[in-house]
Design a protein. Structure first.
Length: 768
């Protein structure tokens, strides 16, 4: 069985002729000279007084009924001036007209040369219109009609064109004198002009003629291909997605049977982000875009245009060695070797209505690309090589960029979105939630269910994706909880909190949103959720859990709701540092902080004195985890000023322990060194560091110059920093080798003197 990606490419490969039954747009225009017999030169933008003069010089426009030509303002109400009475001049006009004709030919899918023959000048004043009709052949070889709207001020008067069940509504405003709006459509298309609401619209009408012989051009028809695409997409949408195995590239059967989540069809032409839109597609790209735009809705699929980007890096290999050849030096050449890192994304999304999309950057797999070999011969847009260095081999970095049409089944949209991670899904969820709030609708509305379904997708992947990507503030979890709180979606709040707990950590920034969300639940369930979150995350996020519990107490929750989660918090407090869980780099903000002790005792001492005492027992049992200087003394300084813990025996016990620690250290002898002997805590036993130790122990030697190679000087200097030796170092660059000049100071004494001053101040603050 061939893959969906290959089948789609096979069908679209037959779509080669671009074009549609209509085309419209605007073009830059240097104001032409426009003269009308009986009126004279017409100024652009059209002045109201000249609009009145044109109407006075014009005649009512008739319409054809069979062989008769009839004037009936119930069918057509507008004014016309024949081509024989109109003259257009200016050296740039012909060039502007040819530019319009080139775009019209491309838009209508006409390959042969065409010509434009002025038919009439039409004046649509307020109330003018023309009911639905078809144009008759007014000249030999005529196959289409071109309308050029000149600069004037008007509202309404849109052109509606219909063909084979399709309808487009073209607004052709043109109040800028440097532009002209145009539209063209095949002669057999039904079309009408809606009533002009105000102002006056001035339009030149041309018959479009084929220059050569043969049948008249017709709109490209891909009905058969469109039908095949619809059937293919419907079958794809009904099939469950299967993940491609990592070794699927080596297993043809596995790849063929894979059902991708989305389909990506790279385009032939290059487009910048600024020009990316369905309306700007060129040639074959426009033809394929038209087929997919028509096929996607009935197949239950969504179609977008996006920029595809692939970034690769890896090792590079020398194709030939450098050397001298016939008296000339040849540089060594590099070529890309094995790829180590690859990042494939889609971004800069556009909808079929040419409007930007709120979608962010989404990843994609090679198995989603149609045809599967689309990238086989693709040349990189950027490629850079780095020469080999002493420590690393040669390397390369390269980037591929293409525009692509992207499809996915409408029912799988949230699954596609979820693959972009929190940076994509959370802003989209917030947008849906805000639109639901602004709409004033109830929980039965489609927007509410969209938010519910998207959150369910995000929650389902939470354990396998980092919940705190980057340094977002507020965090993604807090933002999701805020949306769910507004939606009143208690079920998904509970599910999200459970997933956060299973992840093992959470951020203090989440807590306000967590406590607000807990307010949606009855007391027993609220206590259970709080306990679940504390038990799951206290190991790595003790400070965040203590802050959460303090906020919960501040919300005046019942004591019976607090006992169980409070006990869980005390039981989960960090203890033996040797058994502490590993802290990842992105979790640095979860390290222990004095606020943990402050929040914990402030909250628990207010309702359970015995539990507070137990918490202090635990804290004092592990001084390496809860350092006196780093945590307990700073925490006590805050607690002593808090009315919430006044009279707490647990806090008093902690205060006495801190006072004892400070007094013992303040009582230690303190005097400056009497000679040049300095403390030595050098751990390295190499020959050079042994010489350093001897220098530190010598009471009569103040300075030591260590002359050695740079690598040895750097080693000794690193040892000095690591052991915090009382030494100042500089490099003496005279002679060879250079020397590391080490001069003894009394930093240890100065640190102890500073520490004693701080200890005495802290004793005073703690009431000792």
């Amino acid at each position: 069985m061939s893959s969906i990606a290959a089948e789609l490419a096979a069908i679209l490969s037959t779509v080669r002729r671009p074009g549609d039954f209509f085309v419209s747009g605007t073009t830059e225009l240097l104001v032409p000279g426009l003269e009308v017999d009986g009126v004279g030169t017409i100024a652009l933008p059209l002045l109201p007084i000249q609009a009145e003069q044109l109407v006075a010089a014009a005649e009512r426009a008739p319409y054809g009924r069979g062989r008769d030509t009839i004037v009936d303002t119930q069918v057509r109400r507008t004014w016309q001036i024949g081509a024989e009475r109109v003259r257009i001049s200016g050296k740039h006009w012909e060039r502007s007209l040819q530019t319009i004709l080139a775009r019209v030919a491309d838009g209508l899918g006409v390959a042969e040369p065409i010509a434009a023959e002025l038919y009439k000048l039409l004046v649509y004043d307020e109330g003018s219109f023309f009911v639905s009709h078809r144009d008759t052949e007014k000249a030999p070889g005529m196959f289409a009609t071109l309308v050029i709207v000149l600069s004037s001020t008007a509202a309404g008067g849109e052109l509606v064109v219909r063909h084979k069940g399709r309808e487009v509504r073209l607004d052709l405003p043109c109040d800028d004198p440097s532009e002209a709006a145009f539209a063209a459509f095949y002669a057999d298309c039904l079309h009408e002009v809606l009533p002009v609401a105000s102002g006056c619209r001035l339009a030149l009408v041309y018959n479009l003629l084929r220059k050569g012989k043969g049948p008249a051009p017709q709109p490209p028809s891909y009905d058969a291909e469109q039908t095949h695409v619809i059937m293919l997409l419907q079958a794809w949408a009904a099939s469950p997605v299967t993940e491609m195995h990592e070794d699927a590239e080596e297993d043809e059967i596995e790849t063929d049977n894979c059902v991708p989540e989305k389909l990506i069809y790279p385009l032939e032409h290059a487009y910048t982000p600024a020009e990316l839109s369905f309306g700007a597609l060129k040639g074959v790209d426009a033809a394929v875009g038209g087929v997919l735009a028509a096929a996607a809705p009935p197949a239950g699929c969504e179609l977008h245009l996006a920029l595809l980007s692939i970034e690769e890096s890896g090792s590079a290999e020398y194709t030939c060695g450098g050397g001298r050849y016939r008296g000339r030096w040849s540089e060594p050449e590099l070529e890309a070797g094995e790829v180590f890192d690859r990042n494939a994304t889609l971004s800069d999304w556009r909808r079929p209505d040419n409007m930007p999309s709120t979608l962010g950057s989404l990843p994609f797999d090679d198995g989603e690309v149609s045809p599967p070999d689309a990238f086989d011969d693709m040349e990189p847009d950027e490629e850079e090589f780095q020469e080999a260095t002493g420590n690393e081999g040669a390397s390369f970095e390269r980037t591929y960029r293409r525009a692509a049409l992207v499809l996915w089944p409408r029912e799988r949209f949230f699954s596609v979105l979820a693959r972009g991670g929190m940076a994509v899904t959370v802003p989209y969820l917030e947008d849906i939630g805000e639109r639901w709030r602004a709409s004033g609708e109830d929980r039965q509305s489609p927007l509410w269910h969209q938010a519910h379904d998207l959150t369910a997708q995000i929650v389902s992947v939470w354990p396998t994706r980092a919940g705190y990507e980057g340094d977002e503030t507020p965090s993604y979890a807090a933002r999701m909880l805020a949306v769910l709180n507004r939606l009143g979606d208690a079920d998904l709040i509970a599910a999200l909190l459970a997933q956060i707990a299973s992840g093992g950590s959470h951020s203090k920034d989440d807590n306000e949103a967590v406590v607000a969300a807990l307010g949606l639940f009855p007391s027993e369930q609220r206590a259970a959720l709080l306990e679940c979150l504390i038990v799951g995350t206290a190991g790595k996020s003790s400070g965040a859990c203590a802050d959460l519990f303090k906020r919960a107490v501040g919300r005046s929750l019942a004591v019976r709701e607090l006992v169980v989660p409070a006990t869980a918090l005390v039981d989960a407090l960090p203890g033996d540092p040797a058994r502490a869980p590993k802290i990842e780099p992105w979790q640095e903000r979860t390290r222990l902080h004095p606020d943990l002790v402050v929040d914990l005792l402030t909250a628990i001492a207010s309702f359970d004195k015995a539990l507070a005492q137990r918490a202090v027992d635990h804290i004092l049992m592990w001084p390496k985890t809860y350092g006196f200087d780093s945590m307990l003394v700073p925490a006590l300084r805050t607690l002593m000023g808090s009315a919430g813990v006044k009279g707490s025996s647990a806090v008093e016990r902690l205060r006495l322990a801190c006072v004892e620690h400070l007094r013992a250290r303040a009582a230690e002898p303190l005097q400056p060194p009497s000679d040049w002997r300095r403390p030595s805590a050098v751990g390295c036993k190499c020959e050079r560091c042994a010489e350093l130790s001897r220098f530190l122990a010598d009471p009569g030697q103040k300075t030591w110059v260590f002359k050695a190679a740079q690598i040895h000087r750097q080693h000794v200097e690193a040892t000095i920093r690591q052991a915090r030796c009382d030494l100042d170092t500089t490099t003496e660059r005279r002679g060879s080798p250079h020397g590391l000049v080490c001069t003894k100071n009394q930093k240890s004494y100065e640190r102890r003197a500073k520490q004693r001053t701080e200890d005495l101040a802290n004793l005073k603050r703690l009431g000792a």
